[in-house]
Design a protein around this ligand. Structure first.
Ligand SMILES: [Zn+2]
Length: 666
């Protein structure tokens, strides 16, 4: 049988036209014919890229036919990127249905997002286009959509709360949206929601047929260049790994193409709306009118290249036509009166940059600069209370000894790391700690003194039993457990804990464990560390002033400033918490526990006459004593209280520092 050689080809081509599925519409085209704005001045109209031209290239990366697996947007507020995330979910449901996980940090934010944005978007979309893609809410048979699961033919759109392990580790998904990813926090179990989230894409990872869209205003900058340190802003970390695209505009004067950065922004303080942007090539001051035209004609320029770099977009207020130079200037001026919280918001929400906290975590270098020349291991004259805190790690024990004055000034008397194993309280680092605490300290008058209370953290690092056992051996050793949260007292009521030995459940004794409220102590310490004193040219060292010695090294100061106090408004409510800036914060913990012990010894409780009695006790009569006249007897009822009245008599033992090899806490 013979046939024309082209006939078969013709036939199959025609057949293919009929059976070949319609290729999915590109996302940018879909947007303009499906998304109806639900608020703002253009409410009811179809979405248009007019005020946000940069959204089109982001949309192209999100489009089905684009092979990339990740798209990151580090964004400011008022940039229209959020609506892109929601719209993308509906586009997928319409054009390439499969399971979609849309993750939002916190149940409140999730509810807001659903009722305030997503549901109205779905309703307007289906009403205006006549499409029936999303199943209506649950009917009597229970097969329809629910609040947190929008069903459609071929899949579901799940709305997940990132604080919920169940939400983050459920069904397999092909598409994902990580909304406000910088606000995702570790779960109570210590697990990272980003890891759990990614686990849901396992099935599609081998074929690389998944797509994840991350979008967020940034949060905290740890100063880590690669952003890998814990506590670093999550969206910034992803952006750093991306090809880092910035929206470039051309100067109307010299045509030089550039991205806009805050340092070239010229704020007109008297007339913020007249603020301009200085072209980095010719110095021309770009006005708002010129900017609008330039931004519309702008384009993204990638600043990094490499095979592993995914598309990452920086979208700040300078690129957004929903913001003007005047708005940016206004926000900047306003933020100044709000202190560091205002500055952080301006960075995060306007400049779309992570913010390195400096106010509440004092700069460690500034602290180092004001070190004083006083000897190690010696209690200063005003040090009336001496306590210590220890932080137990697997490879050793950190210890700080602190002297406190009546006006709450403090001196670091010792800061030490005892290296060695800590799994047996009779060996390793514990022996070094034993040797240390058994030796008296010396005060400014050459008298022997001892640490009146030593707190050892039992709540960290799986060493609770060893801490309990070691603390049972001495009356001035306190097993403590740190508790976060505002309003938790510095030192609370101790509770009895049984001690098990060598992993056996069998009880062989018990120990009192003291809860330490770290919140207020950290606030006090950080407040005090900011206070300028004599070293900064002040006439005196103020109450609470923190004295640090020359022998303390950089690592000590880095650890002391390893946390910051985070404040932000969430749904009109101020959220405040302590967060890590650096991984190692052991000396900070030691100091907090030493402060808790000082509270236990009466720091806030002693009355002036008791302080005077203490002073009389500790300062030898041969030394000039200006306080002689105010010394009064302490009522006997007070004597039963724990107090710093237990000085050690001078002994003939050699100074403790020769007894064991010390590793300098550098
Ligand atoms: Zn120019």
């Amino acid at each position: 049988m013979s046939h024309h050689p082209g006939a078969l080809a013709f036939l199959s081509r025609e057949l293919a036209k009929i059976i070949r599925p319609v290729p999915p519409m590109p996302f940018r085209d879909w947007l303009g014919s499906n998304i109806v704005l639900v608020d703002g001045p253009k409410k009811g109209e179809f979405w248009s890229p007019e005020d946000a031209p940069y959204l089109l290239e982001i949309a192209d990366c999100l489009s089905i036919e684009n092979p990339c697996n990740y798209v990151t947007v580090r964004k400011a507020q008022q940039t229209g990127v959020s609506i892109l995330g929601l719209s993308w979910s509906l586009y997928l449901a319409d054009e390439a249905p499969d399971n979609i996980l849309y993750a939002v940090p916190g149940i409140d934010a999730l509810q807001d997002m659903n009722s305030g944005k997503l549901q109205p978007l779905i309703d307007n979309w289906q009403r205006k286009t006549g499409k029936r893609i999303i199943d209506p809410p649950t009917n009597k048979t229970g097969t329809g959509s629910t609040t947190y699961e929008k069903k459609f033919a071929g899949g579901s759109l799940f709305l997940g709360n990132t604080n919920s392990k169940m939400d983050m580790s459920g069904k397999t998904s092909r598409y994902g949206v990580k909304d406000e990813v910088s606000k995702w926090e570790l779960l109570k179990t210590g697990e990272d929601p980003e890891t759990l989230f990614f686990g849901r894409f396992t099935a599609f990872r081998r074929t690389k047929s998944f797509k994840i869209f991350e979008l967020s205003t940034p949060e905290i900058d740890t100063g880590d260049e690669l952003g890998e340190e814990p506590g670093h802003c999550r969206v910034d970390r992803s952006f750093i790994r991306s090809d880092q695209r910035f929206w470039n505009i051309r100067c109307p004067e010299c045509s030089f193409e550039q991205a806009q950065f805050f340092q070239n922004f010229k704020i007109n303080e008297a007339h913020p709306h007249k603020s301009t942007y200085v072209c980095e090539a010719c110095g021309h001051e770009i006005t708002e009118t010129e900017r609008v035209l330039a931004v519309r004609k702008g384009r993204f320029v990638a600043t990094k290249s490499g095979p592993d770099r995914h598309p990452g977009f920086h979208v700040d207020a300078f690129a957004s036509l929903m913001m003007s130079y005047g708005d940016i200037a206004d926000d900047q001026i306003k933020s100044r009166s709000l202190g560091e919280a205002g500055e952080k918001d301006f960075f995060n929400l306007v400049l779309a940059l992570p913010y390195a906290m400096k106010g509440n975590a004092p700069d460690y270098q500034r602290l180092m600069e004001r070190r004083e020349d006083y000897p190690r291991g010696v209690i200063p004259a005003e040090g009336l209370i001496v306590s210590a805190g220890a932080d137990v790690q697997h490879n050793g024990i950190f210890l700080e000894v602190v002297a406190f004055a009546e006006d709450r000034q403090t001196w670091t008397v010792e800061a030490e790391f005892f290296p060695g194993a800590t799994d047996d309280p009779g060996r390793g680092a514990w022996v070094l700690l034993d040797a240390f605490v058994s030796q008296p300290l010396t005060d400014a008058y050459g008298q022997k003194r001892k640490i009146e209370a030593l707190a050892v953290d039992s709540g960290d690092g799986g060493r609770a039993n060893q801490v309990y056992e070691w603390c049972r051996r001495g009356p001035d050793r306190y097993a403590i457990k740190g508790l976060g949260g505002r309003g938790v007292p510095a030192i609370g009521q101790a509770s009895k804990k049984s001690v098990t030995r060598k992993g056996k459940r069998k009880r062989f004794g018990s120990v009192m464990v003291w809860p330490v409220g770290t919140w207020s102590l950290k606030s006090e310490l950080y407040g005090n560390m900011h206070k300028p004193g004599l070293a900064a040219g002040e006439p005196c060292d103020p109450p609470g002033y923190c004295h640090f010695a020359m022998w303390l090294g950089e690592e000590y100061f880095k650890q002391m400033t390893a946390e910051y106090f985070d404040q932000r408004l969430v749904r009109g409510r101020m959220i405040e918490e302590w967060k890590p800036l650096r991984r190692d914060n052991h000396f900070l913990d030691c100091r907090i526990y030493a402060m808790a012990m000082a509270e236990h010894l009466g720091m806030s409780r002693l009355r002036p006459e008791q302080w005077a009695a203490l002073r009389a006790r500790l300062i030898p009569s041969s030394a000039p004593d200006l306080f002689e006249n105010v010394v009064k007897a302490i009522p006997t009822s007070e004597k039963s209280e724990v107090g710093p009245f237990n000085t050690v008599k001078a002994s003939g033992r050699p100074p403790r520092r020769d007894k064991f090899k010390r590793r300098k806490a550098q």
